[in-house]
Design a protein. Sequence first.
Length: 501
Amino acid sequence: MPIPARGVRRLALFVVLATLSLSTSLAQNSPAQAPLGKTSGLAAVDKPKEAAETRPGPPPETLVQLNGALEALAGKVSQGVVQVLVTGYGPVEESSRAETALIARQRAIGSGVVVDPSGYVMTNAHVVEGARRIRVVLPVPLSEGATLEPEGKRRILEAKLVGIHTESDLALLKVTAKELPSLPLETSTRVRQGQLVFAVGSPEGLQNTITMGVVSSVARQPDPNKGMVYIQTDAPINPGNSGGPLVDMNGHVVGINTFILSGSGGSEGLGFAIPARIVRFVYESLRKYGHVHRSEIEAGAQTITPALAAGLGLKRSWGVLISDVKPGGPAEAAGLKIGDIVLAADGRAVDTLPAFTGAMYLHPADQVLKLEVLRDSQKETLQIPVLQEKHPMDQLLDLANPQTNLVPQLAILGIGIDDRIRGMVSDLRITSGIIVLGKAAELFGPDIGLTSGDVIHAINSRPVDTVENLRSALAQLKSGDSVALQVERQGKLQFVSFELD
Protein backbone atom coordinates (compact mmCIF):
# COMPACT_ATOMS: atom_id res chain seq x y z
CA MET A 1 0.00 0.00 0.00
CA PRO A 2 1.67 3.27 -1.06
CA ILE A 3 2.30 5.92 1.57
CA PRO A 4 0.82 9.39 0.96
CA ALA A 5 3.52 11.95 0.29
CA ARG A 6 3.65 13.49 3.74
CA GLY A 7 6.77 14.90 5.31
CA VAL A 8 7.74 15.15 8.92
CA ARG A 9 6.27 18.66 9.31
CA ARG A 10 2.87 17.54 8.10
CA LEU A 11 2.90 14.56 10.42
CA ALA A 12 3.93 16.82 13.30
CA LEU A 13 0.94 19.04 12.46
CA PHE A 14 -1.28 15.95 12.49
CA VAL A 15 0.00 15.07 15.95
CA VAL A 16 -0.71 18.59 17.28
CA LEU A 17 -4.17 18.75 15.69
CA ALA A 18 -4.98 15.24 16.84
CA THR A 19 -4.00 16.09 20.39
CA LEU A 20 -6.10 19.25 20.36
CA SER A 21 -9.05 17.43 18.82
CA LEU A 22 -8.81 14.62 21.34
CA SER A 23 -8.58 17.07 24.25
CA THR A 24 -11.62 18.98 22.98
CA SER A 25 -13.57 15.77 22.46
CA LEU A 26 -12.79 14.56 25.97
CA ALA A 27 -13.69 17.94 27.46
CA GLN A 28 -17.05 17.94 25.67
CA ASN A 29 -17.92 14.36 26.54
CA SER A 30 -16.72 14.34 30.18
CA PRO A 31 -18.90 15.40 33.13
CA ALA A 32 -17.97 18.56 34.98
CA GLN A 33 -15.54 18.09 37.86
CA ALA A 34 -17.29 17.91 41.21
CA PRO A 35 -16.41 20.59 43.78
CA LEU A 36 -14.03 19.57 46.57
CA GLY A 37 -15.84 17.88 49.45
CA LYS A 38 -18.80 16.79 47.28
CA THR A 39 -19.51 13.61 45.33
CA SER A 40 -21.51 13.11 42.19
CA GLY A 41 -21.61 9.31 42.34
CA LEU A 42 -25.27 9.02 43.49
CA ALA A 43 -26.37 11.72 41.09
CA ALA A 44 -24.83 9.74 38.23
CA VAL A 45 -26.86 6.70 39.23
CA ASP A 46 -30.02 8.74 39.40
CA LYS A 47 -29.45 10.24 35.91
CA PRO A 48 -28.95 7.43 33.36
CA LYS A 49 -29.68 9.84 30.51
CA GLU A 50 -26.73 12.06 31.51
CA ALA A 51 -24.48 8.97 31.77
CA ALA A 52 -25.41 7.94 28.25
CA GLU A 53 -24.37 11.33 26.98
CA THR A 54 -20.78 10.69 28.19
CA ARG A 55 -20.20 7.80 25.76
CA PRO A 56 -17.26 8.54 23.41
CA GLY A 57 -18.08 9.49 19.87
CA PRO A 58 -16.14 8.70 16.68
CA PRO A 59 -12.42 9.63 16.70
CA PRO A 60 -11.41 13.00 15.23
CA GLU A 61 -10.53 12.99 11.53
CA THR A 62 -6.94 14.02 12.23
CA LEU A 63 -6.41 10.92 14.38
CA VAL A 64 -7.86 8.74 11.63
CA GLN A 65 -5.48 10.26 9.10
CA LEU A 66 -2.51 9.87 11.43
CA ASN A 67 -3.41 6.25 12.13
CA GLY A 68 -3.73 5.51 8.41
CA ALA A 69 -0.34 7.07 7.65
CA LEU A 70 1.37 5.05 10.38
CA GLU A 71 -0.24 1.79 9.26
CA ALA A 72 0.82 2.40 5.66
CA LEU A 73 4.38 3.19 6.76
CA ALA A 74 4.58 0.07 8.93
CA GLY A 75 3.34 -2.11 6.08
CA LYS A 76 5.91 -0.68 3.70
CA VAL A 77 9.07 -0.70 5.80
CA SER A 78 8.46 -4.08 7.46
CA GLN A 79 8.78 -5.82 4.10
CA GLY A 80 12.38 -4.65 3.66
CA VAL A 81 13.60 -5.79 7.09
CA VAL A 82 14.84 -9.32 7.74
CA GLN A 83 15.82 -11.36 10.75
CA VAL A 84 19.43 -12.60 10.82
CA LEU A 85 20.10 -15.99 12.44
CA VAL A 86 23.75 -16.73 13.23
CA THR A 87 25.24 -20.04 14.32
CA GLY A 88 28.86 -20.54 15.26
CA TYR A 89 31.31 -21.93 17.75
CA GLY A 90 33.07 -19.78 20.29
CA PRO A 91 34.94 -19.96 23.59
CA VAL A 92 32.82 -20.22 26.71
CA GLU A 93 35.75 -19.98 29.07
CA GLU A 94 39.28 -18.87 28.33
CA SER A 95 42.34 -19.70 30.42
CA SER A 96 44.69 -17.71 28.15
CA ARG A 97 44.81 -16.20 24.67
CA ALA A 98 46.69 -19.24 23.40
CA GLU A 99 44.18 -21.91 24.34
CA THR A 100 40.49 -22.41 24.82
CA ALA A 101 39.23 -24.38 27.78
CA LEU A 102 35.77 -24.99 26.32
CA ILE A 103 34.21 -24.41 22.92
CA ALA A 104 30.45 -24.51 22.58
CA ARG A 105 27.86 -23.98 19.88
CA GLN A 106 26.52 -20.45 19.99
CA ARG A 107 23.48 -18.81 18.42
CA ALA A 108 22.61 -15.17 17.94
CA ILE A 109 19.68 -13.24 16.47
CA GLY A 110 19.91 -9.84 14.88
CA SER A 111 18.25 -7.80 12.18
CA GLY A 112 19.13 -6.62 8.70
CA VAL A 113 17.80 -4.34 5.99
CA VAL A 114 17.53 -5.24 2.30
CA VAL A 115 19.33 -2.47 0.41
CA ASP A 116 19.14 -4.02 -3.06
CA PRO A 117 16.32 -6.14 -4.54
CA SER A 118 18.86 -8.68 -5.83
CA GLY A 119 19.50 -9.88 -2.28
CA TYR A 120 22.06 -7.61 -0.61
CA VAL A 121 21.45 -7.14 3.12
CA MET A 122 23.23 -4.73 5.47
CA THR A 123 23.59 -5.62 9.15
CA ASN A 124 25.99 -5.01 12.02
CA ALA A 125 29.44 -6.57 12.05
CA HIS A 126 28.96 -7.71 15.64
CA VAL A 127 25.81 -9.61 14.65
CA VAL A 128 27.75 -11.95 12.34
CA GLU A 129 30.95 -12.05 14.37
CA GLY A 130 32.29 -15.62 14.61
CA ALA A 131 29.53 -16.92 12.32
CA ARG A 132 29.76 -20.47 11.02
CA ARG A 133 26.37 -20.25 9.35
CA ILE A 134 24.24 -17.21 8.55
CA ARG A 135 20.58 -17.43 7.60
CA VAL A 136 18.10 -14.71 6.75
CA VAL A 137 14.40 -14.93 7.60
CA LEU A 138 12.24 -13.00 5.14
CA PRO A 139 9.08 -11.25 6.35
CA VAL A 140 5.67 -12.58 5.38
CA PRO A 141 4.27 -10.71 2.32
CA LEU A 142 1.51 -8.24 3.09
CA SER A 143 -0.99 -10.36 1.14
CA GLU A 144 -0.24 -13.30 3.43
CA GLY A 145 0.02 -11.36 6.67
CA ALA A 146 -1.56 -12.93 9.74
CA THR A 147 -1.95 -12.02 13.38
CA LEU A 148 0.31 -14.96 14.28
CA GLU A 149 2.64 -16.40 11.67
CA PRO A 150 3.00 -20.22 11.67
CA GLU A 151 6.65 -21.15 12.18
CA GLY A 152 6.63 -23.56 9.24
CA LYS A 153 5.59 -20.74 6.93
CA ARG A 154 8.76 -18.73 7.55
CA ARG A 155 10.99 -18.41 4.50
CA ILE A 156 14.61 -18.88 5.51
CA LEU A 157 17.49 -18.34 3.07
CA GLU A 158 21.17 -19.18 3.47
CA ALA A 159 23.34 -16.04 3.41
CA LYS A 160 26.96 -15.46 2.48
CA LEU A 161 29.16 -12.86 4.14
CA VAL A 162 30.35 -10.51 1.38
CA GLY A 163 32.49 -8.30 3.60
CA ILE A 164 32.83 -6.75 7.00
CA HIS A 165 34.06 -3.36 8.29
CA THR A 166 34.70 -3.48 12.02
CA GLU A 167 35.51 0.23 12.34
CA SER A 168 31.93 1.18 11.42
CA ASP A 169 30.43 -2.09 12.77
CA LEU A 170 28.82 -2.88 9.41
CA ALA A 171 28.63 -6.08 7.37
CA LEU A 172 27.17 -6.97 3.97
CA LEU A 173 25.32 -10.25 3.34
CA LYS A 174 24.08 -11.79 0.10
CA VAL A 175 21.16 -14.16 -0.33
CA THR A 176 20.06 -15.86 -3.53
CA ALA A 177 16.80 -14.09 -4.32
CA LYS A 178 15.30 -11.68 -6.80
CA GLU A 179 12.95 -8.72 -6.56
CA LEU A 180 13.04 -8.51 -2.79
CA PRO A 181 11.35 -5.49 -1.22
CA SER A 182 14.14 -3.06 -0.35
CA LEU A 183 14.47 0.22 1.52
CA PRO A 184 16.40 3.19 0.09
CA LEU A 185 19.23 4.80 2.06
CA GLU A 186 18.39 8.47 2.70
CA THR A 187 21.49 10.56 2.06
CA SER A 188 20.02 13.55 0.24
CA THR A 189 18.38 15.31 3.18
CA ARG A 190 19.66 16.13 6.64
CA VAL A 191 18.35 14.30 9.67
CA ARG A 192 17.00 16.82 12.18
CA GLN A 193 16.65 16.77 15.94
CA GLY A 194 13.03 16.10 16.92
CA GLN A 195 12.28 14.32 13.64
CA LEU A 196 9.91 11.35 13.97
CA VAL A 197 11.63 8.03 13.30
CA PHE A 198 10.80 4.33 13.55
CA ALA A 199 13.07 1.46 14.58
CA VAL A 200 12.36 -1.88 12.89
CA GLY A 201 13.90 -5.20 13.83
CA SER A 202 13.75 -8.30 16.01
CA PRO A 203 14.18 -7.19 19.64
CA GLU A 204 14.64 -10.27 21.84
CA GLY A 205 14.00 -12.34 18.69
CA LEU A 206 10.51 -10.92 18.07
CA GLN A 207 10.61 -10.42 14.31
CA ASN A 208 9.05 -7.42 12.58
CA THR A 209 8.70 -5.22 15.65
CA ILE A 210 8.22 -1.49 15.02
CA THR A 211 8.75 1.22 17.62
CA MET A 212 8.36 4.99 17.28
CA GLY A 213 10.32 7.91 18.67
CA VAL A 214 12.24 11.01 17.70
CA VAL A 215 15.81 11.86 16.80
CA SER A 216 17.32 12.87 20.13
CA SER A 217 20.56 14.09 18.55
CA VAL A 218 21.88 14.08 15.01
CA ALA A 219 25.53 13.55 15.98
CA ARG A 220 26.90 11.72 18.99
CA GLN A 221 30.54 10.67 19.39
CA PRO A 222 30.76 8.24 22.34
CA ASP A 223 34.54 7.86 22.03
CA PRO A 224 36.31 11.17 21.32
CA ASN A 225 39.34 9.35 19.91
CA LYS A 226 37.38 7.33 17.36
CA GLY A 227 36.07 8.87 14.17
CA MET A 228 32.52 7.43 14.34
CA VAL A 229 29.42 9.50 14.96
CA TYR A 230 25.90 8.19 15.54
CA ILE A 231 22.28 9.31 15.44
CA GLN A 232 20.75 9.12 18.92
CA THR A 233 17.08 8.20 19.20
CA ASP A 234 14.58 7.51 21.95
CA ALA A 235 12.69 5.01 19.75
CA PRO A 236 12.78 1.84 21.90
CA ILE A 237 15.71 -0.36 20.80
CA ASN A 238 16.56 -3.65 22.51
CA PRO A 239 19.00 -6.56 21.96
CA GLY A 240 18.07 -8.10 18.61
CA ASN A 241 17.39 -4.72 16.98
CA SER A 242 21.07 -4.55 15.94
CA GLY A 243 21.39 -4.26 12.18
CA GLY A 244 17.80 -3.15 11.66
CA PRO A 245 16.91 0.21 10.10
CA LEU A 246 15.93 3.52 11.61
CA VAL A 247 13.49 4.98 9.08
CA ASP A 248 11.78 8.32 8.54
CA MET A 249 8.14 9.02 7.67
CA ASN A 250 8.86 8.47 3.97
CA GLY A 251 10.13 4.95 4.61
CA HIS A 252 13.75 5.88 3.89
CA VAL A 253 16.57 4.47 5.99
CA VAL A 254 18.28 7.26 7.94
CA GLY A 255 20.47 4.89 9.95
CA ILE A 256 21.28 1.33 11.02
CA ASN A 257 20.57 0.60 14.69
CA THR A 258 23.76 -0.59 16.35
CA PHE A 259 23.86 -0.27 20.14
CA ILE A 260 22.13 1.03 23.27
CA LEU A 261 23.36 2.55 26.52
CA SER A 262 21.56 0.73 29.29
CA GLY A 263 22.04 -0.12 32.93
CA SER A 264 19.33 -2.79 32.83
CA GLY A 265 20.03 -4.38 29.45
CA GLY A 266 16.79 -3.01 27.98
CA SER A 267 15.74 0.17 26.24
CA GLU A 268 16.17 3.32 28.30
CA GLY A 269 15.67 5.80 25.49
CA LEU A 270 19.36 5.85 24.54
CA GLY A 271 19.63 4.12 21.18
CA PHE A 272 22.29 4.80 18.56
CA ALA A 273 22.24 4.31 14.80
CA ILE A 274 24.96 4.54 12.15
CA PRO A 275 24.04 7.40 9.76
CA ALA A 276 22.84 6.43 6.29
CA ARG A 277 25.66 8.30 4.51
CA ILE A 278 28.21 6.10 6.30
CA VAL A 279 26.14 2.99 5.59
CA ARG A 280 26.02 3.82 1.87
CA PHE A 281 29.77 4.42 1.64
CA VAL A 282 30.59 1.15 3.41
CA TYR A 283 27.96 -0.78 1.42
CA GLU A 284 29.32 0.36 -1.93
CA SER A 285 32.90 -0.43 -0.89
CA LEU A 286 32.06 -3.87 0.50
CA ARG A 287 30.03 -4.79 -2.54
CA LYS A 288 32.79 -3.71 -4.93
CA TYR A 289 35.94 -4.79 -3.06
CA GLY A 290 34.85 -6.96 -0.14
CA HIS A 291 36.47 -4.44 2.23
CA VAL A 292 36.73 -0.66 2.63
CA HIS A 293 39.49 1.40 1.04
CA ARG A 294 40.68 4.76 2.29
CA SER A 295 43.52 7.17 1.56
CA GLU A 296 46.43 7.29 4.01
CA ILE A 297 49.09 9.93 4.75
CA GLU A 298 50.74 7.92 7.56
CA ALA A 299 49.86 10.32 10.34
CA GLY A 300 47.71 9.96 13.46
CA ALA A 301 45.18 12.42 14.87
CA GLN A 302 43.05 12.79 17.97
CA THR A 303 40.39 15.06 19.44
CA ILE A 304 41.56 18.17 21.31
CA THR A 305 40.04 18.44 24.78
CA PRO A 306 40.31 21.44 27.12
CA ALA A 307 42.62 19.43 29.41
CA LEU A 308 44.85 18.43 26.48
CA ALA A 309 44.94 22.02 25.20
CA ALA A 310 45.89 23.36 28.64
CA GLY A 311 48.57 20.73 29.14
CA LEU A 312 50.20 21.35 25.75
CA GLY A 313 49.58 25.09 25.67
CA LEU A 314 47.59 24.91 22.43
CA LYS A 315 46.05 27.98 20.84
CA ARG A 316 42.66 26.25 20.63
CA SER A 317 40.82 24.08 23.12
CA TRP A 318 38.88 22.20 20.46
CA GLY A 319 39.48 20.61 17.05
CA VAL A 320 41.83 17.92 15.75
CA LEU A 321 45.48 17.53 16.76
CA ILE A 322 48.17 15.66 14.84
CA SER A 323 49.49 13.20 17.43
CA ASP A 324 51.79 11.06 15.27
CA VAL A 325 53.77 11.42 12.04
CA LYS A 326 55.40 8.26 10.73
CA PRO A 327 59.10 8.70 9.90
CA GLY A 328 59.72 8.50 6.17
CA GLY A 329 56.02 8.73 5.31
CA PRO A 330 54.35 11.20 2.94
CA ALA A 331 53.08 13.40 5.80
CA GLU A 332 56.60 13.90 7.18
CA ALA A 333 57.99 14.55 3.70
CA ALA A 334 55.36 17.28 3.17
CA GLY A 335 56.28 18.98 6.46
CA LEU A 336 53.46 17.87 8.76
CA LYS A 337 54.51 17.91 12.44
CA ILE A 338 53.26 16.50 15.71
CA GLY A 339 51.30 19.23 17.48
CA ASP A 340 49.83 20.76 14.32
CA ILE A 341 46.12 21.59 14.58
CA VAL A 342 44.12 20.61 11.50
CA LEU A 343 41.98 23.44 10.12
CA ALA A 344 40.79 22.08 6.77
CA ALA A 345 41.23 19.19 4.35
CA ASP A 346 40.63 19.68 0.62
CA GLY A 347 39.09 23.08 1.37
CA ARG A 348 36.55 21.74 3.88
CA ALA A 349 36.72 22.81 7.51
CA VAL A 350 37.80 20.11 9.95
CA ASP A 351 36.48 20.73 13.46
CA THR A 352 36.11 17.15 14.68
CA LEU A 353 37.92 13.84 14.37
CA PRO A 354 35.01 12.26 12.41
CA ALA A 355 35.34 15.09 9.86
CA PHE A 356 39.06 14.35 9.45
CA THR A 357 38.46 10.59 9.20
CA GLY A 358 35.71 11.15 6.63
CA ALA A 359 38.02 13.37 4.56
CA MET A 360 40.60 10.58 4.42
CA TYR A 361 38.03 8.00 3.32
CA LEU A 362 36.57 10.23 0.60
CA HIS A 363 39.81 11.70 -0.79
CA PRO A 364 40.77 10.28 -4.23
CA ALA A 365 43.90 8.16 -4.06
CA ASP A 366 45.36 9.69 -7.24
CA GLN A 367 45.27 13.29 -5.97
CA VAL A 368 47.38 15.27 -3.50
CA LEU A 369 45.69 16.08 -0.18
CA LYS A 370 45.54 19.80 0.59
CA LEU A 371 45.82 20.09 4.37
CA GLU A 372 45.61 23.40 6.21
CA VAL A 373 47.06 23.40 9.74
CA LEU A 374 47.70 25.84 12.58
CA ARG A 375 51.29 25.69 13.90
CA ASP A 376 51.90 27.92 16.89
CA SER A 377 50.17 31.07 15.63
CA GLN A 378 50.84 30.58 11.93
CA LYS A 379 48.64 28.93 9.31
CA GLU A 380 50.38 26.48 6.99
CA THR A 381 49.08 24.85 3.81
CA LEU A 382 50.63 21.47 3.01
CA GLN A 383 50.36 19.40 -0.16
CA ILE A 384 50.57 15.76 0.95
CA PRO A 385 50.75 12.82 -1.50
CA VAL A 386 48.42 10.07 -0.31
CA LEU A 387 48.82 6.34 -0.23
CA GLN A 388 46.00 3.89 -0.81
CA GLU A 389 45.68 2.14 2.51
CA LYS A 390 46.04 -1.49 1.62
CA HIS A 391 43.75 -3.93 3.28
CA PRO A 392 45.78 -6.79 4.81
CA MET A 393 44.16 -9.21 2.36
CA ASP A 394 45.32 -7.04 -0.55
CA GLN A 395 48.89 -7.16 0.72
CA LEU A 396 48.77 -10.92 1.18
CA LEU A 397 47.25 -11.43 -2.26
CA ASP A 398 50.25 -9.64 -3.73
CA LEU A 399 52.43 -12.38 -2.25
CA ALA A 400 50.27 -15.29 -3.40
CA ASN A 401 50.76 -17.44 -6.48
CA PRO A 402 47.57 -18.98 -7.93
CA GLN A 403 49.45 -22.18 -8.71
CA THR A 404 51.25 -22.80 -5.43
CA ASN A 405 48.65 -21.28 -3.10
CA LEU A 406 45.59 -23.09 -4.43
CA VAL A 407 43.81 -25.67 -2.26
CA PRO A 408 41.56 -27.33 -4.85
CA GLN A 409 39.72 -29.59 -2.38
CA LEU A 410 38.37 -26.49 -0.62
CA ALA A 411 38.32 -24.23 -3.70
CA ILE A 412 40.29 -21.54 -1.86
CA LEU A 413 43.53 -19.63 -2.15
CA GLY A 414 45.59 -19.74 1.02
CA ILE A 415 48.98 -18.69 2.31
CA GLY A 416 50.98 -20.20 5.14
CA ILE A 417 52.02 -18.05 8.08
CA ASP A 418 55.81 -17.65 8.09
CA ASP A 419 57.94 -14.96 9.74
CA ARG A 420 57.21 -12.47 6.95
CA ILE A 421 53.45 -13.05 7.07
CA ARG A 422 53.46 -13.04 10.87
CA GLY A 423 54.74 -9.47 10.80
CA MET A 424 51.83 -8.41 8.59
CA VAL A 425 49.07 -9.84 10.78
CA SER A 426 48.53 -9.31 14.48
CA ASP A 427 46.63 -10.62 17.47
CA LEU A 428 46.42 -14.21 16.26
CA ARG A 429 45.39 -16.70 18.92
CA ILE A 430 47.65 -19.30 17.33
CA THR A 431 50.61 -17.99 15.34
CA SER A 432 50.73 -20.77 12.74
CA GLY A 433 48.30 -21.92 10.08
CA ILE A 434 46.98 -21.01 6.64
CA ILE A 435 45.25 -17.69 5.96
CA VAL A 436 42.30 -17.90 3.56
CA LEU A 437 42.80 -15.25 0.88
CA GLY A 438 39.58 -15.91 -1.01
CA LYS A 439 37.51 -18.33 -3.03
CA ALA A 440 38.88 -19.72 -6.29
CA ALA A 441 36.22 -18.60 -8.74
CA GLU A 442 37.13 -21.16 -11.39
CA LEU A 443 36.69 -24.14 -9.06
CA PHE A 444 33.57 -25.77 -7.69
CA GLY A 445 34.24 -26.78 -4.13
CA PRO A 446 32.27 -27.28 -0.92
CA ASP A 447 30.53 -24.16 0.29
CA ILE A 448 31.64 -24.51 3.89
CA GLY A 449 31.50 -20.85 4.88
CA LEU A 450 35.20 -19.97 4.78
CA THR A 451 35.78 -16.27 4.16
CA SER A 452 38.78 -14.06 3.45
CA GLY A 453 40.82 -13.57 6.60
CA ASP A 454 39.94 -16.90 8.19
CA VAL A 455 42.96 -18.81 9.51
CA ILE A 456 42.95 -22.63 9.32
CA HIS A 457 44.96 -24.01 12.23
CA ALA A 458 44.13 -27.72 12.10
CA ILE A 459 42.28 -30.40 10.16
CA ASN A 460 40.74 -33.26 12.15
CA SER A 461 42.88 -32.24 15.15
CA ARG A 462 46.07 -32.34 13.05
CA PRO A 463 47.89 -28.97 13.04
CA VAL A 464 48.75 -27.53 9.62
CA ASP A 465 51.17 -24.70 8.97
CA THR A 466 51.65 -24.69 5.19
CA VAL A 467 49.43 -24.97 2.15
CA GLU A 468 51.30 -28.13 1.18
CA ASN A 469 50.48 -29.72 4.56
CA LEU A 470 46.80 -28.82 4.19
CA ARG A 471 46.61 -30.25 0.66
CA SER A 472 48.39 -33.41 1.81
CA ALA A 473 46.04 -33.93 4.74
CA LEU A 474 43.00 -33.50 2.49
CA ALA A 475 44.46 -35.87 -0.11
CA GLN A 476 44.54 -38.66 2.46
CA LEU A 477 40.77 -38.45 2.88
CA LYS A 478 38.23 -40.02 0.54
CA SER A 479 34.86 -38.81 -0.68
CA GLY A 480 32.28 -38.85 2.10
CA ASP A 481 34.80 -38.56 4.93
CA SER A 482 34.01 -36.04 7.64
CA VAL A 483 36.29 -33.02 7.94
CA ALA A 484 36.58 -30.67 10.92
CA LEU A 485 38.70 -27.57 10.43
CA GLN A 486 39.79 -25.50 13.42
CA VAL A 487 39.41 -21.93 12.20
CA GLU A 488 40.25 -18.59 13.77
CA ARG A 489 37.91 -15.79 12.71
CA GLN A 490 38.18 -12.26 14.07
CA GLY A 491 40.07 -13.42 17.14
CA LYS A 492 37.76 -16.32 18.01
CA LEU A 493 38.30 -20.04 17.50
CA GLN A 494 35.60 -22.21 15.99
CA PHE A 495 35.17 -25.45 14.07
CA VAL A 496 34.01 -25.72 10.46
CA SER A 497 32.77 -29.22 9.61
CA PHE A 498 31.61 -30.80 6.37
CA GLU A 499 31.78 -34.00 4.34
CA LEU A 500 34.38 -34.17 1.60
CA ASP A 501 32.94 -34.38 -1.91
